[in-house]
Design a protein around this ligand. Structure first.
Ligand code: ATP
Length: 372
């Protein structure tokens, strides 16, 4: 009788994974599960420990403590080449003297396959990354994006269970980067492997990944689907790292009828009750700039959350939208993004405005954290 399949058994699990260099803790007791077949992004600022985490998964760095388990096997102490894991680096690391075809054939050839035996797999991989017509070229005769795809094909031909991508798009210009983000996502869906992508670019992580883990100082601050992290950040770091936020200081006054009421300077705003944070009292009231509407001071019928007495202090036209900075009576500058196609009016510096937004767009954060 076949063994019953254990749910989640091909997941990658990190448990208490730690790396210390002397007194410095680069990765601090990470616990996380990457579901098999998912596109997972490790996102964080420079120095937060992303690459060190990836290197421990690859076996290029020995953990100080903790374990790496893949498909139920503890691989923490396994040599890199014995792990069903491959890495694509930012530098591509292609062999300059070999053709595209021979670069991609490198893995199977090293395992003893003849050129003819490897040819079918190489052909499939080159089709997958749409480079079949470049097979006879050398890396120097390719663009950055094409070299990147060769590196990807060279890793994928080894049929790893997990593909690690360490800032693989970092060397590309912005336009090519955006194209490759779409390409990488398509390839991941095609091959169905687990991709773990390291980046400091929040847009890149949110565009491609099913799940994003935001890292800071060697720890995971928050993990979830991109929309969830963006709409409901749980820390000021996540709120600020993933896009722009307005964080206004306030005090919780009461919770009733499914809402939390918060007093901010001169106004009461509400948020859904489930957004309440522990440690009653002082909070940051958060709202994303594109969720805020600008209103004339005398306008009535605004949504429940309405802050009066703002003065426009800066206007930046950015094509599809306009970014306004609005100085509030308590001295704080709030940011508002307005889509240009939804509004024909143009406000100028010095104009008086009110701000309003719907309660469901409010998130609350514990005020014990620094807002910056
Ligand atoms: P980046 O985006 O800049 O690559 P990162 O998040 O990938 O950053 P890591 O390369 O993982 O960061 O480094 C995490 C921290 O560990 C950094 O502060 C780094 O200086 C430190 N570190 C990394 N390798 C070593 C080492 N061999 N010896 C001492 N400290 C190290």
């Amino acid at each position: 009788m076949p063994e019953p399949e254990v749910a989640g058994s091909t997941d990658l699990e990190l448990a208490g994974l730690t790396k210390r260099y002397g007194d410095f803790t680069a990765v601090d007791a990470l616990d996380l599960t990457v579901p098999a077949g998912s596109f997972f992004a490790l996102l964080g600022p420079s120095g937060c420990g992303k690459t060190t985490t990836l290197r421990m998964i690859a076996g290029l760095e020995v953990p100080t403590a903790g374990s790496v388990t893949l498909a139920g096997d503890d691989i923490t102490r396994l040599k890199p080449y014995r792990r069903p894991v491959n890495t694509v680096f930012q530098s591509y690391a292609l062999f300059p003297h070999l053709t595209v075809r021979d670069n991609v054939a490198f893995g199977p050839r090293r395992k003893g396959a003849s050129k003819r035996e490897a040819a079918d797999d190489v052909g499939r991989m080159l089709d997958l990354v749409e480079l079949a017509e470049y097979a006879a070229r050398k890396p120097a005769q390719l663009s950055g994006g094409q070299q990147q795809r060769v590196a990807l094909a060279r890793a994928l031909i080894n049929s790893p269970q997990v593909l690690l991508l360490d800032e693989p798009l970092g060397a590309l210009d912005l336009k090519l980067r955006r194209q490759m983000q779409v390409e990488l996502k398509r390839i991941q869906i095609d091959v169905g492997l687990t991709f773990i992508h390291v980046t400091h670019d929040q847009e890149e992580a949110m565009t491609m990944a099913d799940t994003v883990a935001v890292m800071n100082h060697g720890r995971i601050e928050q993990m979830g689907a991109p929309e969830e992290l963006y709409d409901l950040p749980r820390t000021t770091f996540v709120a600020n790292f993933l896009g722009r936020s307005n964080l206004v200081p306030g005090s919780v006054t009461r919770t009733s009828g499914g809402n939390v009421e918060v007093q901010v300077d001169g106004a009461s705003v509400t948020a859904p009750a489930e957004r309440a944070v522990s440690g009653e009292g002082k909070v940051w009231v958060g709202v994303r700039p594109e969720k805020v509407q600008l209103r004339a001071p005398d306008e009535t019928g605004a949504a429940a959350n309405h802050l009066r007495g703002g003065v426009v202090s800066d206007v930046s036209f950015v094509g599809v939208s306009t970014e306004y900075l609005v100085r509030m009576p308590w001295g704080q500058e709030l940011t508002v993004f307005e889509q240009n196609h939804t509004s024909s009016r143009r406000l100028r510096t010095g104009d008086e405005v009110d701000l309003s937004w719907a309660p469901e767009h409010t998130f609350l954060l514990d005020a014990a954290q620094d807002a910056t």
